[in-house]
Design a protein around this ligand. Structure first.
Ligand SMILES: C[S@@+](CC[C@H](N)C(=O)[O-])C[C@H]1O[C@@H](n2cnc3c(N)ncnc32)[C@H](O)[C@@H]1O
Length: 229
């Protein structure tokens, strides 16, 4: 089966293990790929909505994976007991929802060996949350799929803290490996933000001045990360 570039980046982060849970599985392609490619012996395809779970059930059956993938209906990791799985995947959701899912199932999270997360927004907050619960970020991948930027985080048990804000904002692993995609992203965002500041230059209203100051801080971070890449 062919996965999208984004989903391919997600599954390529999953370590070989006994059991995986895909939270918010939707179509169920991720667990099917994981089973078909021998990454895990067993998988749970989980979703809070019935419609997506039905879709996943059909795909699981069409790919002859019903003996190896169990579907579970419910929110987040509440459907997984502590020590039931080695790895949890949470992809394609907002960062604050990812954090809520992890916060709401602390015992299950503590029993995991690996977290593979692909938050769509608030990625800095997800990185900070990962560090606050005794996980460290082992690797990250940034990619462009159909014109959009995505980041995939692979976290494992361990203690770690970053010193610089840019490590949380852009990802220390991506900075350390001088990711071309991160460079492209920071250049694009710096250019875009500088243009917005230019367009606001004539406007001296309080809100415009506050906005300009906010955007200047953002530009400072883009320039700082670009110096490292
Ligand atoms: C945009 S899709 C992402 C699907 C897939 N993970 C991917 O990366 O392609 C989000 C899925 O998460 C499910 N979802 C949203 N909130 C959830 C929650 N709290 N617990 C479990 N699933 C959730 C939705 O029903 C939907 O199927």
């Amino acid at each position: 089966m062919e996965l999208s570039k984004r989903m391919n980046a997600v599954v390529s982060m999953v370590k070989k293990c006994d059991t995986v849970a895909d939270i918010g599985t939707d179509h169920g392609y991720v667990p099917v790929y994981i089973i078909k490619n021998g990454i895990s012996k067993k998988a749970f395809a989980c979703d809070v909505n019935k419609g997506p779970l039905e879709k996943a059930k059909t795909n699981i059956s069409n790919y002859n994976c019903s003996d190896f993938i169990e579907t579970r209906l419910g929110s987040g990791l509440s459907v997984i007991k502590p020590f039931e799985v080695d790895t949890a995947i949470i992809a394609g959701m907002g960062g604050m929802l990812v954090i809520d899912i992890l916060k709401n199932s602390k015992d299950t999270v503590q029993s995991l060996k690996q977290l593979v997360l692909q938050p769509q927004l608030d990625i800095d907050k997800v990185r900070r949350y990962i560090h606050s619960i005794g996980f460290k970020i082992e690797d990250e991948e940034m990619l462009i799929d159909e014109g959009k930027y995505y980041t995939v985080i692979n976290a494992v048990k361990g203690n770690e803290k970053y010193d610089r804000d840019i490590d949380y904002i852009f990802g220390k692993c991506l900075i350390d490996k001088k990711s071309d995609i991160l460079k492209k992203y920071a250049e694009f965002m710096l250019n875009k933000t500088e243009n917005i500041i230019k367009n606001l230059s004539e406007n001296n209203s309080e809100s415009a001045v506050n906005k300009k100051n906010e955007l200047e801080i953002e530009c400072k971070f883009y320039r700082e990360v670009l110096e490292c890449l």
